[in-house]
Design a protein around this ligand. Structure first.
Ligand SMILES: *[C@@H]1O[C@H](CO)[C@@H](O)[C@H](O)[C@H]1NC(C)=O
Ligand SMILES: *[C@@H]1O[C@H](CO)[C@@H](O)[C@H](O)[C@H]1NC(C)=O
Length: 302
């Protein structure tokens, strides 16, 4: 387009100047436009021109009278648009051009979080990959992907090394080794476009759904040590074998004194428990643990 015009004017395109000595000023010099929105940018020459114009695939324009020309689009949807303002002057430097710093952006269509090759529940102490997938975002070099556990940001990833202007799909992974405290943890990720001072506020943001992590772990007693209890006449014996575990533990009691097998009861309560050793075993699919209770006659003289 511009080259045709320059041929028509019989000028050489050698020696095009840009920068300070160019006598062209683009205003605003940087524009951030949402996909499909309108945009208007002016280019002003500070000395007499033969031609002043915009080179643009979708909205070329020029003037031979004015010192100002506008680049105007009602709905910008062209990802490869790179408008350049050019001026052809009567005096040296005879040709100038300035590129518009144009950022066309689009929020992601979706942001999704998942466990790679797995579904909840996970097992304590093993390594898992969480993946966050962002669909159709542009320009990706302004994207920041943030990972949250609850309200806390645990990791972020930028994509500034990538260069495409067109929408792309990107993903980020987070390695986790869950512990017991992670049971019930809520993970999510968030895609945010940080488009600079000229960009919109609040920042264009899309959040994933929440991933609820369920963590399985073997039974563990709050107080694992052996318990010694004295038989007393007026109070009941309470043998508390409650263990924490996921899935919830199943309990089995054994003792030479127990006539019947007591099935799946974390707490034994009875006035009639005789002296002896009672062993409780808490188990789930990940393991089992035992705890002993020793019931004694109250020693005389104490
Ligand atoms: C997930 O599974 C696919 C195929 O089953 C395999 O190619 C890929 O390497 C696995 N990824 C991870 C992180 O284990
Ligand atoms: C990403 O995380 C690092 C370390 O936690 C932090 O210093 C940095 O400011 C974060 N970057 C962004 C863009 O939030």
């Amino acid at each position: 387009m511009k080259n045709n015009l320059l041929c028509f004017l019989g000028l050489s395109i050698i020696g095009i100047v840009s920068g300070d000595s160019c006598s062209l000023e683009i205003s605003p010099s940087r524009v951030v436009v949402k996909f499909g929105d309108a945009v208007t940018v002016s280019c002003v020459a500070s000395r007499p021109v033969r031609v002043l114009g915009w080179e643009s695939v979708i909205a070329a324009s020029h003037t031979q009278r004015d010192l100002s020309v506008q680049w105007r689009v009602d709905s910008l949807t062209d990802w490869i648009e790179e408008p350049i303002c050019y001026g052809v002057f009567f005096t040296a430097p005879r040709q100038c051009e300035e590129k518009l710093n144009l950022v066309l952006y689009k929020k992601p269509d979706s942001v999704s979080i998942s466990l790679v090759n797995h579904s909840s529940p996970v097992v304590v102490g093993k390594e898992y990959e969480l993946q966050c997938e962002v669909q159709n975002v542009a320009p990706v070099q302004y994207l920041v992907l943030r990972w949250y556990r609850g309200q806390t940001e645990v990791y972020n990833q930028s994509f500034s090394e990538l260069s495409p202007a067109t929408p792309v799909q990107v993903s980020s992974t987070l390695l986790i080794v869950p512990n017991r405290a992670d049971d019930g943890a809520q993970y999510r990720c968030e895609a945010q476009l940080e488009l600079g001072a000229e960009g919109p506020r609040p920042l264009p943001t899309v959040q994933s759904e929440v991933l609820h992590l369920a963590v399985q772990y073997p039974p563990d007693f709050r107080s694992p040590e052996e318990q010694i209890l004295d038989i007393s006449e007026d109070s009941e014996m309470v043998l508390d074998c409650t263990a924490e575990g996921n899935p919830p533990p199943v309990y089995i009691w054994t003792s030479s004194n127990l006539q019947e097998m007591v099935d799946n009861q974390p707490v034994l309560t009875a006035a009639s428990l005789g002296p002896g050793v009672y062993t409780c075993t808490a188990s789930n699919i990940l393991g089992k643990k035992s705890k002993q209770f020793l019931i004694k006659h109250k020693s005389k003289g104490v």
